[in-house]
Design a protein around this ligand. Sequence first.
Ligand code: AMP
Length: 430
Amino acid sequence: MNQPNIHQPNIQLIRGFKDILPGETELWQHIERMAVSLFEDFGYREIRIPIMEKTELFSRSIGEDTDIVEKEMYTFPDRKGNLLTLRPEATASICRSYIQHKMYAQDPVRKFYTIGPMFRRERPQKGRYRQFYQIDAEIFGVEAPYADVELIFLLRTLFDRLNVTDTTAHVNSLGCPVCRPRFKEALSKLLADAAPSLCSDCMRRKDRNPFRVLDCKVPGCREAISGAPSIIDYLCDDCRVHFSTVTDTLAHLGVPFKVDKQLVRGLDYYTRTAFEIQTGALGAQSAIAGGGRYDELIESLGGPQIPAIGFAIGLDRLAEIVSLNTPAAVRTPDLFIAALGERAKKLAFEWSTALGLKGIGATMEYGDKSLKAQMKQANRLGAGGVLIVGETELESGAVVLRNMATKTQSEVPIAGIINKLMETISKPST
Ligand code: AMP
């Protein structure tokens, strides 16, 4: 005989992962709906990309020397030994898809958005998770600085519509392959002098990819590079004109921003405009969105030379801020049917499904409970009305409808009850 298993498994979430529960999901849906409707008004189309890609896609695009690729990717061999990675961000996959499906062939200009989970093995803390969600938007095929402004404007508009007001757009230019060599020379000189204070990662980075040292979070490194030159002071003429058009147009549109010479992004592929939306509402994790241009990326992944720009919003962080000013709109039942006895339950079940199909949220108790218990339950659920159906009501051919707000009761004939209820109970406006 099998022994009962006395060691019940106690399986918990993976560290850095989390459940998003009812009560929170309503708020997430609200944010997602606002984002989607804004994007669609501006001509963006949804793209859905896989959760997993070949590791090489990310290491080549994000950059071998970045924290993400060096330390944070969930990478594992599949059964054939091919290296796969859970996506740490969406841009690389969207580029891969754009190239693979030759979306540029007809018209290189495309605007995409996507929403979904990303995975980075960072040190978990408030606002920083190992599975987190991003709302992503990208514009492909536009070199003009207006694309940069459009994205920053969309971010601002979305945050305004969500009543997230404590935000600042930080913008910088990271130059292009024309202006970078001169900057690199100046930076390398500083890093050679600062070498004794750099962490071991930065010691390696300073020769392989000195830009990455600017993004290091280790306090010793931050101190060592505090006097580092800013690339914005080394821009070539084209990059300078591009950047000034971005800032002038933002000002013209009334989008508040701050030129932040220290802003570098944690990914290698950025060129020219880089931006981050920061907020004071979240403590240490102040960035709620970030993005920039990546004019060289599509070509470096084997596609044609097509400029592009995009952003990612941290949905977990945004939801946290929005929850401070917007109560989640949880939908409560329009009607609770308190049915007593089998005959009544059978009818109640029929009615609740018929009402559900018409957009009226009706719920009922399937088990045997007293009327008093069912009334309590209806109250707890916040039902708008309660329909009382017992043997007496069935005999008389009419049931009792109680309006829970006004506490008034009326009789509803069973014949034609669905239409009658539809007239009495108004559909929720959402
Ligand atoms: P990035 O792709 O690194 O530019 O990040 C874009 C946005 O995603 C950031 O501004 C954050 O709001 C959010 N984000 C990035 N990493 C995490 C994480 N580990 N946990 C939660 N949100 C994150």
